[in-house]
Design a protein around this ligand. Structure first.
Ligand code: SAH
Length: 393
């Protein structure tokens, strides 16, 4: 039996009329820019900014060490800077970018989700997750998102604005500090992985995200010195930007949010599929693998009776294998459901058949865990819940 639920069977959540369709947008309304920050620049840019303000360039090395190595932004703790100019230096390059507006933990304290308020009141989320052999932060790259995917809470908010490199990187500094200071159950640990799977479409904020990738990977103290393979950029499928990213010389891991192997379904499930089709997207993903040597992750949220059919698993395997062997790794994840809607998770049985079909065809497949689903772990759900509460107040 092959029941087919269509993404169009119900108006997207929050729609104003029954015939409403998700709307793509690449441009946010004009808003002020976040204050300039140390992390917006590479080391030479930091030196230039100090020089321009009449300060010695070598202070850039000291400041970088405070920020990227010691994860510190309080002037009081910067005893290697002259007391007289500390405030001026920090005011220039370390303005406060993020203010904590909520924090909740889950999974016995191994997951912590933060909601950050930015300089203009915009709010973004990040989620810190401890695993036995790694600690991962999921960061936001935009406030809201313009990609309008009907199953994604952030997609329903629309795009508020792009984050700055500093705003992305400050989420990371705070998480690295929380991990170091033992704020996760299990004691102090080191932040090892960063995934761009929070709010926003990272490749729609391309230049800023590439800047953030440099800060993550550049050796300390110019950057955090993370291993490029431990940094993942997740995209809904902006094909030209995937091609550009492959040329940046940073072998970060690419994740593609595919969610359907056929255009017929993906056209309705992922609005950007109207511009770049499944075939073009998989071609771009495969050439990313060829250029960087990094195996690509294929993200696939399993949605009951919509995209979880065995024939779709077979089609996905065929599409991947047609391009090459062993270049992609499929990560099915049970949909984080919206109660009372067509957006609900697959049954365990269908999930298993889906996974078995891929594996039988030689495709490496790992079910992604649903960390923090009890704290609205999926993308945008915390910000939405907080917004609702504020409106009710
Ligand atoms: N815009 C980027 C990154 C942010 S979303 C992208 O689309 O890849 C990170 C991942 O969470 C994506 O794979 C997205 O499709 C998925 N996602 C969004 N809402 C979800 C939900 N309700 N359940 C499960 N996964 C979801």
């Amino acid at each position: 039996m092959n029941i087919q639920v269509r993404p169009t069977d119900q108006a997207p959540e929050g729609a104003t009329h029954p015939g409403a369709r998700p709307k793509l947008s690449f441009q946010a309304k004009r808003r002020g820019k976040a204050p300039t920050h140390l992390a917006d620049f590479d080391l030479s840019g930091r030196k230039a900014a100090l020089k321009e303000a009449g300060l010695p360039a070598f202070r850039a090395d000291q400041l970088s060490r405070h920020f990227f190595t010691h994860l510190n932004v309080s002037p009081e703790q910067m005893s290697d800077l002259p007391a007289g100019s500390r405030e001026k230096i920090c005011g220039l390059l370390l303005p406060k970018l993020t203010e904590q507006s909520a924090a909740i933990s889950a999974d016995d304290g191994r997951t912590v989700k933060h909601l950050w308020q930015l300089f203009d009141g915009a709010q973004v989320e990040s989620v810190l997750m401890r695993y036995p052999s790694r600690t991962t932060l999921c960061v936001s790259s935009q406030a809201g998102c313009g990609m309008a995917c009907p199953f994604c809470a952030t997609g329903q908010m629309g795009l508020t604005r792009n984050l700055s490199t500093g705003e992305i990187i400050d989420q990371v500094r705070r998480a690295a500090r929380a991990a170091r200071d033992g704020k996760l159950a299990g004691g102090p640990t080191r932040l090892t992985n960063v995934v761009f799977m929070g709010m926003g479409e990272p490749l729609a904020n391309y230049k800023t995200v590439v800047g953030a990738l440099h800060r993550l990977i550049d050796p300390a103290p110019e950057g955090f010195g993370l291993s490029a393979r431990n940094v993942t950029v997740s995209t809904v499928g902006l094909v030209p930007a995937i091609k550009k990213l492959a040329q940046e010389g940073m072998p970060v891991t690419l994740a593609v949010s595919l969610h359907a192997p056929d255009d017929n379904l993906r056209d309705d499930l992922i609005p950007i599929n109207s511009r770049w089709k499944v075939g073009e997207l998989l071609d771009a993903a495969y050439s990313y693998f060829q250029t960087t040597g990094r195996r690509v992750s294929i993200e696939y949220a399993l949605i009951k009776n919509m995209n979880d059919h065995a024939w779709r698993a077979q089609l996905l395997a065929d599409e991947l294998n047609a391009r090459g062997r062993g270049w992609a790794h499929v990560n099915p994840i049970p949909l984080n459901p919206t109660p009372g809607s067509i957006w609900t998770a697959s049954s365990k049985k269908d999930q298993q058949v889906f996974v078995d079909t891929l594996r039988r065809n030689g495709v490496a497949t790992t079910i992604r865990d649903t960390r923090g689903s009890d704290i609205d772990g999926a993308c945008g759900q915390l910000a939405t819940a907080v917004q609702k509460k504020m409106k009710e107040r």
